[in-house]
Design a binder for this molecule. Sequence first.
Ligand SMILES: *[C@@H]1O[C@H](CO)[C@@H](O)[C@H](O)[C@H]1NC(C)=O
Ligand SMILES: [Ca+2]
Ligand SMILES: [Ca+2]
Length: 378
Amino acid sequence: MLLYFSYLLVFLNIKYDVHCVQSKPQGSIRPESDPVVPFAAEDSSCGCQNLKRDGVVDIERESGLLIENPSVIYSKTSNEKLTDTPTNGKESYTRSEMVFVPGGEFLMGTDDPGIPPDGESPQRKVHLNHFYMDVHEVSNHQFQSFTNATGYVTEAEKFGDSFVFEGLLSEEVKSQISQAVAAAPWWLPVRGADWRHPEGPDSSIADRLDHPVLHVSWGDAVAYCTWAHKRLPTEAEWEFACRGGLQDRLYPWGNKLNPKGQHYANLWQGEFPTHNTGEDGYIKTSPVRSFPPNGYGLYNMVGNAWEWTADWWTVHHTTDRQPNPAGPPSGTDKVKKGGSYMCHKSYCYRYRCAARSQNTPDSSAPNLGFRCVSPEQP
Ligand SMILES: *[C@@H]1O[C@H](CO)[C@@H](O)[C@H](O)[C@H]1NC(C)=O
Ligand SMILES: [Ca+2]
Ligand SMILES: [Ca+2]
């Protein structure tokens, strides 16, 4: 914690200019050679990760939500498909549509890492068996089917709180919070914040049932997938799926972030952290079927919500060809992939297929969800 604090002090002088920090898994130490440089694209100090229940809070700050009237330049053509989420009938929600991902050999990671300390490199040959994957992030409605059927209580509900951005909170909720996280004052542990109440007790998912479920821990995600007779993808499966059949490209659709001026993912536009223009149509999450799907028919692999994977975190990878790699046998953090609606290149260039980040398994956050896979058609 002390060590962590010393990193923070680098940033914490100017309120609202502070954007993010990074903490390493407990016990590990940031190497001297790993510069802490905010606002650089290759910045390793991006805080897209690490909300920890021991009080170490660390994630990109959603200060854009403090803006009262964001200009929403709705990108119609890129979002045309967002309304086709099946909202009639529980069945379509409970049993998510899945697509076939063919498997085979692919190049995992990159030799041109955007954020070297994240262990994006080396690029390495990986062979995967085929599998089926949910076409979109697990939605609130789907998760509700699960909890209705099983009575499952999420970890955030058991803990009684989860982290929420200050900018998202109502004045009433804010006024009731006495404990802030000293090291990261923009993150507040909010009593009663959970998947049903993403911004605290006075918020609701009623108007976003087709958005990704949030505030779910790794264990919650595993419980859901198990219930659905599925499992979490390995990091390799997730990355293979993200690439959509393309080789060595940055994004699921290619190398250009905005082909023909269109948005292909729910990210952050504008200045981080002061202004989220919402140019892609969304300041917060978007429906799980928004934006064009990739070559395998998968929606929002990058952006919208981060997605848990099955693997424990490591930054050390063998260059030997690996068949169906599943990560280290143990660890402290789980790998998450894809970045979120809060990612901007200036501080969180992690909305690339090779990019990765980590959280402790009991973490829950307002920008972290998941989707499941299955070896056979369920
Ligand atoms: C879950 O149960 C609640 C309360 O009975 C109901 O309103 C809701 O529609 C149910 N959701 C699903 C997905 O079945
Ligand atoms: Ca957005
Ligand atoms: Ca996603």
